[in-house]
Design a protein around this ligand. Structure first.
Ligand code: PGA
Length: 258
């Protein structure tokens, strides 16, 4: 399958609530030694307390950036336990996950909240990585495309499109996250092509669309070969050196133009 659009290839590691500081530094220091090409971009999203520790390690690498796993819907103020977009920006964060299914489920994040989080991210010139994806029930009922369309439509502002900044979408079918069960390349391509059409309604068809859900070295080549897959959001496999190295190498091979 040939890739036709000009979306930016991106590979993002979502460490969730894992690793101790020395393990995080050790892992990232080894992973950034792998050669990247000009066209490929790598993002590490560590737990909040490690952002400022990892930032200096990444500083000299133009294509390797810092990501955060969430941001507060509030501006700076009396919100115990929250972290504002402005703070993330100040410690060097470039990308921020918004609406990961674990936050939607465990923290009851609603589409209204997520719409406001997107606006907060853009206000701070952060690039939100909006996560969408269906449950196994919705897939079995054949309702997944409409559901994903609804997830996108209910969080992207339709009226004030001028407020919309750069965006990344991560398609993460809930049944594939952390389960070892990956969506097949054809299933992923169907949803990504559909998401691209939905984004075109917002004139955002060049948005990068990542796949997430049990990405590992064994399935990375086939997923990256799909026309509308622009990279991946990797959880479990990004916590260990060997599998993440292998995924990075496959990503660079699949997306380098040189
Ligand atoms: P996984 O997680 O790779 O462990 O399935 C992906 C994610 O939740 O972002």
């Amino acid at each position: 399958m040939t890739k036709t659009l000009s979306s930016k290839p991106l590979l993002m590691a979502n460490w969730k609530m894992n690793l101790l500081p020395h393990e995080a530094i050790d892992l990232v220091t080894k992973l950034i030694k792998l050669p990247l090409s000009l066209d490929t971009n790598l993002v590490f999203a560590p737990p909040y307390p490690y952002l400022a520790l990892i930032e200096p390690v990444l500083k000299d690498y133009a294509n390797i950036c810092l990501g955060a796993q969430d941001l507060s819907v509030h501006h700076i103020g009396a919100y115990t336990g929250e972290v504002a977009g402005k703070m993330l920006k100040a410690v060097g964060v470039k990308y921020v996950l918004v609406g990961h299914s674990e936050r939607r489920e465990y923290h009851k994040e609603t589409n209204v909240l997520l719409e406001n989080k997107l606006l907060r991210a853009w206000e701070e010139q952060l690039i939100p990585v909006l996560c969408v994806g269906e449950t196994s029930e919705l897939r079995a009922e054949g309702q997944y495309l409409e559901y994903i369309r609804g997830q996108i439509h209910s969080v992207l502002p339709t009226e004030c499109l001028d407020k919309v900044g750069e965006l990344v979408i991560a398609y993460e079918p809930i049944w594939a996250i952390g389960t070892g069960k990956t969506a097949s390349p054809a299933e992923v391509q169907e949803v990504h092509a559909y998401i691209r059409q939905v984004l075109a309604e917002f004139k955002l068809e060049n948005t990068s669309i990542l796949y997430g859900g049990s990405v590992k070295p064994e399935n990375a080549d086939d997923l990256f070969a799909m026309a509308d897959v622009d990279g991946a959001l990797v959880g479990g496999a990004s916590l260990q050196l060997d599998p993440m190295q292998a995924i990075i190498q496959r990503f660079v091979k699949a997306f380098s133009k040189e």
